[in-house]
Design a protein around this ligand. Structure first.
Ligand code: FES
Length: 170
């Protein structure tokens, strides 16, 4: 068996063995292909699940029936708590206020004796018509569109905001 004495080789430089650039190996290529394969499979699986799960909103509809005008006494502020809307009946007509403070969305309370809405979170106050007059709320309470259906029942659409002077005459 031939014996090679590297130490006597004039061109032998041990550093070159440590610093020469890595070359692609079959094993590296295999793992890259494997990762690519599973990456594609994952993307395909995600797309399939997205396709199969319907994009449905389970929130209640913004439109709902709120009974007949006669259900609301003259001058009363009635909270429909499941919808977070006050129905206010006045001589001039009916309007719907969204029960959400325009500051940071807490639910104000109607104070019958004082005839105002008061928000406990930061002390915001609103008149009966929704106009803000104290505290940090920057604007009046939102009014929802209200109309009369063919069956004589009120229809409130919380998704459709109307101006502060919007009143349904009944
Ligand atoms: S959330 Fe009503 S005053 Fe701040």
């Amino acid at each position: 068996m031939a014996h090679v004495d590297l130490s006597s080789d004039e061109n032998y430089e041990p550093e070159t063995l440590l610093t020469h650039p890595p070359t692609a190996t079959r094993r590296g290529l295999f793992w890259s292909a494997w990762l690519l394969f599973w990456g594609l499979v994952s993307m395909w699986a995600f797309a399939t699940v997205r396709f199969l799960v319907p994009r449905v909103s389970y929130e209640p509809s913004s439109i709902f029936k709120a009974g007949r005008p006669e259900d609301y006494p003259m001058g009363a502020v009635t909270l429909i708590s499941s919808r977070k809307v006050w129905i206010v009946r006045e001589k001039e007509g009916i309007y719907a206020l969204i029960a959400e403070c325009t500051h940071l969305s807490c639910q104000p309370r109607w104070l019958e004796e004082q005839q105002i809405f008061k928000c406990a979170c930061h002390g915001g106050q609103f008149y009966k018509n929704g106009v803000n007059f104290a505290g940090p709320p920057p604007r009046p309470l939102d009014r929802a569109h209200i109309s009369m259906g063919n069956d004589g029942r009120l229809i409130v659409d919380k998704g459709k905001k109307v101006g502060i002077d919007f009143i349904l005459q009944v």
